[in-house]
Design a protein around this ligand. Structure first.
Ligand code: ZN
Length: 262
């Protein structure tokens, strides 16, 4: 059985059932492949009123970077349609179809490329992520990788019964915030970063998340005050790290800095 490359391409496309292959162009010198496709998804709904429309207004082209195929960088030239909304009650007269499993609206990368870059950014961060992306043939900046990671939706927070609070360095010796950790069942799962180390900020978080019964903290007056304001009924305990740190400081102070004789 002889299968041509043109027959293989559709199965390599994102959302092959919604895209029709028009043409492709292989540039061996530049190791680039441009694939021209047209959206044929049906039905198409108005994003505002969700009415189905078949009345095409016009067509335009989007250029999307896609995953590499072997060592060839791939660009999808995607022809997308604009439709009239046929619902007279709808405020939108014309809308562009959305092919969400190919790419987000206004995106310049396919959804699957974005997912891969997000995974790289999440595993390696900015600079190392850029180096690995380049190795795989993706041109991406450090900021783009970090923005992708920031856009990952967070799981909803469940207020823990036992909460740990401690300093968190945004930039060591310069900017500090507070990190809140779920200590229930010894999970030690970070659940929130507060913008500073102020008592009022911690109190506000505790008021928004009622139900904390025990707070483990350092021995600073600030966090003590924050807990008293935000969760006055919670039991406050000093965490083991800070007890040991204080003990070490007290012991070394007694050895190396003897109290002055009156
Ligand atoms: Zn509509």
């Amino acid at each position: 059985m002889n299968i041509t490359f043109a027959e293989i391409i559709p199965s390599l496309l994102p959302s092959p059932e919604n895209l029709q292959l028009n043409s492709w162009e292989l540039d061996k010198t530049a190791t680039q492949l441009a694939v021209n496709v047209t959206s044929v998804q049906n039905p198409v709904r108005c994003p505002v009123c969700l009415a189905v429309s078949h009345r095409i207004h016009s067509q335009y082209r989007r250029k999307l970077s896609d995953l590499s195929w072997a060592n060839f960088r791939v660009t999808l030239q995607l022809n997308v349609r604009k439709f009239f909304c046929i619902n007279p009650q709808c405020q939108r007269r014309i809308f562009a179809e959305r092919i969400t499993d190919v790419a987000a609206t206004w995106a310049r990368k396919t959804q699957r490329l974005t997912q891969n870059l997000t995974a790289i950014g999440l595993s390696l961060g900015g600079n190392a992520g850029v180096r690995l992306s380049q190795y795989f043939g993706f041109q991406v900046s450090r900021n783009t990788l970090l923005n992708l990671v920031r856009r990952i939706p967070l799981a909803p927070i469940q207020t823990p019964r036992i909460l740990g609070v401690d300093d968190f360095a945004f930039r060591k010796r310069h900017t500090y915030g507070s990190i809140l950790v779920d200590l229930e069942l010894e999970k030690s799962q970070p659940i929130a970063i507060l913008k500073d180390r102020e008592a009022e900020t911690l109190a506000a978080w505790l008021k928004e998340h009622p139900g904390v019964e025990i707070v483990s903290r350092d021995r600073s007056r600030t966090y003590e005050k924050g807990v008293l304001q935000g969760a006055p009924n919670a039991i406050q305990v000093a965490d083991r790290f800070h007890i040991l740190q204080n003990l070490a400081e007290a012991t070394s102070a007694s050895i190396w800095q003897p109290t002055k004789k009156p």
